[in-house]
Design a protein. Structure first.
Length: 143
C-alpha cells in the first residue's frame, strides 16, 4: 500500500501527496484539496402556524372594518374553502399566551417547530386552562 502525506499551505489549502496508480506505472503526484467551505447560515422564517394565526387575525380585522362581509366572503376572495377558513379562525380562540408563543415561533431551515394539526388539538379544548394543559411541550411534540 502506498503512503499518503498531508500538509497545509500558508493560505490554508490542504495539500495531500501520495501515489497515483496507473496501469503498469506508478507516478508520484501532488493534488490539492481546497479547505471545506463554512456551512451556510441557517434560514429562519416565521413558522407556518404563526403565519396562519396572523392571517386569521388580519381577516377578522377586515371583517370588523367592513372590508369583508363574513368568513364566507373571505373564503371566496382568498380561494379557500369554508372549512379551511373555519380552521384558521379557530386559531384565534386559543388562550392569549398560547397565541403569543405561536406568533414567536420560527422555522429553521424549513423545519417547523409545531404543526397546525397539533395546534388544532389544543383548539378543541374550549377552556383556556384546559388549552394550557394540552399545549404543554410534551403533549404537543415540541422540544
Amino acid at each position: 500500500m502506498s503512503e499518503v502525506c498531508t500538509r497545509e499551505a500558508p493560505d490554508g489549502t490542504l495539500i495531500i501527496t501520495g501515489q497515483l496508480h496507473r496501469v503498469q506505472r506508478c507516478l508520484a503526484h501532488c493534488f490539492v484539496v481546497p479547505p471545506p467551505a463554512p456551512p451556510p447560515a441557517p434560514v429562519r422564517k416565521p413558522a407556518r402556524v404563526a403565519v396562519m394565526l396572523a392571517l386569521a387575525h388580519k381577516l377578522q380585522q377586515a371583517i370588523d372594518r367592513g372590508d369583508l362581509r363574513d368568513q364566507a366572503d373571505a373564503a371566496r376572495r382568498l380561494g379557500f374553502n369554508r372549512a379551511r377558513i373555519t380552521q384558521l379562525f379557530d386559531l384565534t380562540l386559543l388562550a392569549p399566551e398560547i397565541q403569543e408563543q405561536l406568533l414567536a415561533l420560527e422555522s429553521v431551515d424549513g423545519v417547523e417547530p409545531i404543526t397546525e394539526r397539533a395546534v388544532r388539538r389544543v383548539v378543541r379544548a374550549r377552556m383556556w386552562d384546559e388549552q394550557r394543559r394540552v399545549f404543554s411541550p410534551s403533549a404537543s411534540g415540541r422540544q
